[in-house]
Unconditional design. Sequence first.
Length: 212
Amino acid sequence: MKEPLRVLDLGLLGGHPALDFVNTLDWRSRRPADGGPEETLVSYDALLAWCRRTGIIGDATAAELARHAAKAPARAEAVRDEAVALREALHRLAEATRRGRMAPKADLAVLNHCLLQYPEGRTLAPSGHGGFAWRSHGDGIEPGSPLGAIARLAADLLVTAEPKSIRCCAGPGCGWLFHDTSPNKRRRWCSMEACGNRAKARRHYQRVKAAG
Ligand SMILES: [Zn+2]
């Protein structure tokens, strides 16, 4: 039996799919002594499963991509590596923007490459009575297509988000990024249940210890 994919258990707490994608490197800031970061995009299958879960690709497209990948496993493996490279570039771009720094050129090049390399593959077609509808081109689908969709979502976030609204969870070792849409930009945790409560419990323990 196949092992269940860890990527399907990750919380989707980034407030934006591009940041959820960045968060597929779990425990990003955890020290090596404590186990270090945990990779969940362990295979092309894991990438497809995540894209399906987040609605970036539909079931039919996922099935078609899986067929492509079965026929060309080396290509699928190369796309997995490219997905990780894109994710790490997005992380550095998000970090640069939230700290008000210039975007690293090499990382922007990775994102732009995906935008150009994997076009959306949709054209407009008439749909009767003078209306129009999008038509997808199945023959334009190749194993890397989901990277184009992720890159477009990320580009859209970087263009539209207020830099200060991209934040990093304060939980020790967590390292997850999220889009803070609260008016005061005071959100500290990826989730109160996960990181927030752990920090509260630790503060409580320290207070009790100090008092005792
Ligand atoms: Zn967190």
